[in-house]
Design a protein around this ligand. Structure first.
Ligand SMILES: Nc1ncnc2c1ncn2[C@@H]1O[C@H](COP(=O)(O)OS(=O)(=O)O)[C@@H](OP(=O)(O)O)[C@H]1O
Length: 355
């Protein structure tokens, strides 16, 4: 079955539109969006195999829009001790590390010891604080990549509910099983200019570590045309935006910039949507601190660990995390042009990014 599928797919790949990405990867266009070949294979397996449960939570995002932060927030929210032991899905994120994908993957748990320079940060470490053990991506897996790329029928049977997963796929590419279920989806979007700058830094770091950086001008052109991993960015954002308008109880649409400007308000909104409202302000503060960039990037596991699935340093997921970093890179013309493209693409949708 799997072999037949991959033979058919190989034939199909020859017919797909193909473009180079960062001059070191091939991207294929599948139903309007651009992916690596192995991601298309993972996506097809995900689409045909995944059976959504009504209490699943699917986090979704285009790349570099706040995925790592959203995963950290959801891990922290779902594991809060104040919910009572029976409500805390103690093992469920950890289950995704071991049971879902098999435990032959040797996750780098990197459990740390307290060295004097980390002491301030690690004073906060508690039993329920698994973010100290591994990068947020290892706790909430990206389905089409970390789960289905190497496994056509992963075994989810040991996983307590609610199950938390993530996907970078556009809404149109989600399995029908998710679209037709009551399970919740949380999408995070970010303004296109910072998204592009973040994407540019990330792929220069992971794909061209010993080469000249891919120029910002080329990256800009590719982003503008929508030819980037999981692009076009605007189509991705708009699909989830319009679904969230149709179905606000099922799809929560967050913006990175709003999480930055009103962290407490937005994280309360997120916790309530997940069915885990906070009982007091201390809890809100704790979740925000545990998930903060400042803290995460200084944890030993994120400074020196490697995300075994992508074989890239955990540190590459944490950089500046500010709104408006594009101002340090864009020319006036790039700003004008991308703002105009954004205006055209989002016109009439009700969605806007004022950053
Ligand atoms: N905890 C936390 N808080 C705030 N911001 C954070 C956090 N973790 C990561 N980041 C910043 O998010 C950017 C990475 O985006 P993603 O996590 O979506 O990347 S990925 O798609 O999962 O590879 C990247 O943004 P830039 O700094 O602008 O590059 C990260 O620095």
């Amino acid at each position: 079955m799997a072999n037949t599928g991959s033979v058919m797919l190989n034939q199909k790949f020859d017919e797909l539109p193909k473009e180079s990405f960062w001059e070191c990867h091939d991207l294929y266009q599948w139903e309007g969006f651009w992916y690596y070949e192995d991601i298309i294979q993972g996506m097809l397996a995900f689409q045909s195999d995944y059976e959504a449960l009504s209490d699943d939570v699917i986090l979704a995002s285009s790349m570099k829009t706040g995925t790592t932060w959203l995963k950290a927030l959801c891990v922290s929210i779902m594991r809060r001790q104040s919910q009572g032991v029976e409500n805390v899905p103690h093992a469920h994120t950890r289950t995704s590390e071991y049971d879902v994908c098999g435990d032959n993957l040797h996750p780098d748990l990197g459990r740390q010891s307290k060295s004097s320079d980390q002491k301030g940060i690690l004073d906060d470490v508690a039993e329920d604080d698994i973010l100290t053990e591994n990068v947020p991506h290892a706790h909430i897996r990206t389905l089409e990549y970390d789960v289905y790329r190497d496994n056509l029928h992963p075994d989810f049977s040991g996983m307590p509910s609610p199950r938390l997963f993530h996907t970078h796929l556009p809404y149109s590419a989600l399995p029908d099983s998710i679209k037709n279920s009551d399970c919740k989806i949380v999408y995070i979007a970010r303004n296109p200019k910072d998204t592009l700058v973040s994407l540019w830094h990330f792929f220069n770091k992971i794909s061209r570590p010993n080469q000249e950086p891919y120029s910002l001008e080329k990256a800009y052109d590719a982003f503008r045309k929508g030819v980037h991993l999981y692009g076009p960015y605007f189509d991705h954002v708009l699909e989830y935006w319009s679904e969230s308008l149709k179905n606000p109880d099922r799809i929560l649409f967050l913006k990175y910039e709003e999480l930055k400007s009103d962290p407490k308000g937005q994280v309360k909104r997120l916790a309530s949507f997940l069915g885990r409202p906070f009982v007091n302000e201390d809890e809100v503060e704790k979740v925000l601190w545990r998930s903060s960039l400042e803290r995460l990037k200084n944890l030993e596991v994120n400074k020196n660990g490697v995300f075994f699935h992508l074989k890239i340093p955990n540190s590459s997921f944490f950089r500046l995390g500010v709104v408006g970093d594009w101002k340090n890179y864009f020319t006036d013309e790039m700003k004008r042009d991308l703002d105009e493209l954004t205006r055209i693409k989002l016109e009439g949708s009700g969605l806007h990014f004022d950053f």
